[in-house]
Unconditional design. Structure first.
Lengths: 334, 514
């Protein structure tokens, strides 16, 4: 395995880390109006992710930055090609981040309701958009030999784009519901469990459909294995949730998204961004898109020292804030 | 407007907007960390109140800085895909470093600091805010490493027509970077210092003009004001020194930018510094402009020698044409510019006035700091008709904007002065390594998409600006409500959790919750 291959693996891991971590905090935001009936309920929900959402979001920033550094053409072609999808993601993420910080800053019902809507939209839209982006990089888009999109903005939309969008959204919903059963207590926890059980039979289906589609289209032999693991992990997750073992269900969902990302990027390899027009010439490959050996070496040292430290202190944060939160923990409005 | 124009406007607007939040975050985070350190060291509740009050404003502002920073990370790929492909081997690495080293620390430890008041031991909690402050500095350093490389490419070879990184060390010790980062970080401290001065003055002058020196709230505002004034003044001294150093570098590295900064039409020896101009500086022939000059000063600013020759715009144009060509290539990707003559002169009114406004606003901020220090010497606050005047109170709030404006105008000058290049050529570096801004824009994105994006950002940023200022104003007006612990602390009082001393027995309610 050479450095470009290694960095393809690292980018895969960034996607994985991002979808796993921000998956549940998006899910919490998406479920905000469904599970949070009273204001104090919604505050409980927001505070389960309060100390960590920003750190989770940095995974997206680092995934983008690392793609830029290790595969500049991948970054440039995908981001300019998926222009409007990313625009929506950005606008929504801006609103969402500000909403968490500002919703409690003015003591008015209207003010808080408005920000609650921003949090909900700001969680749904990026989830759908990131899913669409994931599907786009795996399926490809119509590109010329320079990597520029051929056709108008909608020329990148395909059935798989919708599957990817719904796939990540479905996963985030279920992941968020299970996370809330683990991190809250009392009525909210019970409500989260009920909605999780109701979602479980359908939430993972779009992602699984995307995996099957990609596997049949461009899969390798071994990606059948990860595909099987994803299917199994999904079933086990639903079963564990039904059995009242939310911790195990949460772990199984983590395995599901890991196996799903592995299948998608495994099938994609050795491409990073296929072209749906004249794919033999125009597709972007791991070797073709990679930065120079020197740059990748620098980046490898950076990742080798940086990433484990990040994992350690992010893990520590979850340990510090490990306690369940209930309505009795919420102080008066400030 | 064509794609290039829209992409440039969007980059300018979103970057200037982002850089309104960033200096305040950087400046305040280090000040808040210092306040909390004083509190942990001395146990004086004045410092706890300072930490809490300024910490709240830091958080309101930090959120906006984070979310507007996302746009920066994405728009290189979205709007400037050709630029990204060209510089990717070099430019991506500092961006990835910024994320992996700085952003993770910043976001994670800020979360720990906000929510950790009663969960973490005091020392650990204090370490969190220091880590945030240091990571803020580090993120500025890495992004400036990327920007300085665009100003002055080093550590690269040209391979297949594209720059390839040969030394990350050269990139991270680029002299342009050392100058730019010290100048920028001092600019951030100036913002933080002025913020403290103006808001503290407002509170002191309105409510505590005649309060005794040991009045608890007066002590908080008075100490904040003194801290802000010292920081503002020292930052300004540093800004002058680092600015002088940076200016001299720029005369070597981008002579056209500096000639444009002076609207210096023709080479002069010795060259005089224009303090002020009447008329239109847009014409590089200078016939229609009268300026107020200081003889020989520009020679000294440029070369450290009062008799040195400084090249003017008219003499630099043929020099640039000989080195970098007279016409754009006849490439359809360049749109209207294809085959056209290259205009090497940056927008002169913008560079000339940008440079002067930067210095002027920075000077005003320093003046405010000096006045504040003088009138509050020996622990006194003047109680007279000036400090009682509502107009002076309003003026003090208005003065908050001065270092912000200095930062903004300085950056607009720096970036506009680099035009028509996005990657400026290094006169002593690899020959042939530069990129015209017109060559960097995304070829595959339509004007309609970009315009949608520009309008969407304008609307959203406009709304958010109003909201941020409103929320900030509420907190400023609210003063120290809830920040000063009850005196003496009553250990049996568990009703007011916001006043609970950190590290005390855990109560049921969180010490902080969204």
């Amino acid at each position: 395995m050479d450095l470009p291959d290694f960095w393809f693996g690292v980018i895969t891991l960034f996607w994985l880390g991002y979808l796993f971590l921000e998956g549940f905090d998006f899910g919490v935001g998406m479920l905000l109006p469904v599970l949070g009936r009273a204001d104090v309920d919604r505050r409980v929900m927001v505070n389960t992710i309060g100390p960590v959402w920003d750190g989770n979001e940095v995974w997206l920033v680092v995934a983008a930055g690392a793609t830029f550094a290790a595969f500049p053409d991948w970054y440039a072609d995908l981001f300019s090609g998926s222009y409007l999808i990313l625009l929506v993601v950005l606008l929504a993420l801006i609103g969402r981040g500000v909403a968490f910080e500002y919703r409690g800053k003015v003591d008015s019902e209207r003010w808080r309701r408005t920000w609650d809507r921003v949090i909900m939209a700001g969680s749904w839209l990026p989830t759908l958009g990131i899913g669409a982006l994931l599907a786009t990089t795996v399926i490809g888009l119509p590109m010329d030999a320079q990597g520029d999109r051929i056709g108008a903005w909608w020329s990148i939309l395909r059935p798989e784009t919708a599957l990817g969008a719904l796939g990540v959204a479905g996963f985030a919903l279920l992941h968020g519901a299970v996370f809330l059963t683990l991190k809250t207590e009392g009525e909210i926890s019970r409500r989260a469990r009920r909605i999780g059980l109701r979602l479980a039979p359908v939430a993972l289906l779009p992602m699984f459909a995307l995996l099957l589609d990609v596997q049949l289209r461009e899969g390798h032999g071994w990606t059948w294995v990860s595909l099987g693991v994803a299917g199994l992990a999904g079933l086990v997750g639903a079963q564990r949730l039904a059995a009242g073992r939310e911790g195990q269900a949460f772990g199984a969902l983590g395995l599901f998204i890991a196996a799903a990302v592995l299948t998608l990027f495994g099938a994609l390899y050795p491409d990073v961004l296929p072209s749906t027009v004249d794919s033999a010439h125009n597709s972007l490959t791991v070797q073709g898109a990679a930065s120079s050996h020197y740059t990748l070496t620098v980046m490898t040292w950076l990742a080798a020292f940086g990433a484990p430290v990040v994992l350690l202190y992010q893990g520590w944060t979850y340990w510090v804030f490990r306690k369940r939160i209930g309505t009795k923990h919420i102080p008066a409005a400030h | 407007m064509d794609v290039l124009g829209i992409a440039r406007w969007q980059f300018g607007i979103t970057t200037v907007y982002h850089f309104l939040m960033v200096p305040l975050t950087i400046g305040l985070s280090v000040l808040v960390a210092a306040m909390q350190t004083r509190w942990v060291r001395t146990g004086d509740t004045r410092y706890l109140a300072m930490t809490r009050f300024w910490g709240k404003l830091l958080l309101v502002n930090f959120a906006m800085g984070v979310v507007t920073g996302l746009v920066q990370e994405f728009q290189f790929g979205m709007n400037w895909s050709a630029y990204s492909r060209f510089v990717g081997d070099v430019f991506g690495a500092p961006l990835a470093m910024e994320g992996l080293i700085a952003f993770f620390i910043e976001s994670t430890f800020l979360g720990l600091w906000i929510f950790g008041w009663d969960r973490l031991p005091r020392g650990v909690h204090l370490t969190c805010i220091w880590l945030v402050a240091v990571a803020n500095f580090a993120s500025a350093y890495f992004i400036l490493a990327a920007n300085s490389w665009m100003q002055h490419p080093v550590g690269v070879a040209l391979v297949n027509g594209k720059p390839q990184l040969t030394s990350i060390w050269a990139l991270l010790t680029n002299n342009t970077l050392l100058a730019a980062s010290s100048h920028t970080l001092l600019g951030c401290l100036s913002v933080g210092g002025t913020f403290l001065i103006c808001i503290s003055f407002w509170h002191l002058a309105r409510k505590h003009r005649s309060a005794p020196a040991d009045h608890p709230e007066r002590r908080v505002w008075f100490t904040s004001l003194r801290w802000g004034a010292w920081v503002g003044l020292v930052a300004f001294a540093g800004l002058a020194i680092s600015g002088d150093f940076q200016g001299k570098l720029m005369f070597e590295q981008q002579p056209m930018k500096m000639a444009a900064a002076e609207a210096l039409c023709n080479t002069e020896q010795p060259a005089s510094f224009s303090v002020f101009a009447i008329g239109n500086v847009a014409q590089p022939d200078c016939e229609s402009v009268k300026t107020l000059d200081v003889p020989a000063l520009l020679s000294f600013l440029a070369k450290g020698d009062f008799s040195a020759q400084v090249p003017g715009v008219q003499q630099l144009i043929p020099e640039y044409q000989a080195k970098y060509g007279t016409n754009y290539p006849d490439d359809p990707a360049l749109g209207a510019l294809a085959g056209r003559p290259i205009d090497y002169v940056p927008d002169l009114p913008v560079t000339y006035w940008g440079f002067r406004l930067m210095i002027g606003f920075g000077g005003l901020a320093a003046l405010a700091a000096a006045i504040a220090l003088w009138f509050t010497r020996k622990g006194r606050f003047p109680d007279n008709r000036w400090t009682a005047s509502p107009w002076v109170h309003r003026l003090s709030l208005l003065a908050i904007t001065t270092p912000f404006l200095a930062n903004v105008t300085g950056w607009i000058f720096t970036e506009m002065g680099r035009q028509p290049f996005v990657v400026a050529p290094n006169p002593t570096g690899v020959s042939g390594l530069f990129l015209y801004t017109a060559d960097g824009v995304s070829p595959g994105v339509s004007a309609g998409e970009m315009l949608t994006s520009l309008i969407a950002f304008l609307l959203l940023y406009g709304v958010l600006a109003v909201i941020e200022v409103l929320v900030m104003a509420r907190y400023v007006r609210g003063g120290l409500a809830g920040d000063l612990p009850p005196d003496p602390p009553d250990p049996t009082d568990s009703t007011d959790s916001t006043g609970a001393t950190p590290g005390s027995e855990e109560s049921d309610a969180l010490s902080f919750a969204y």
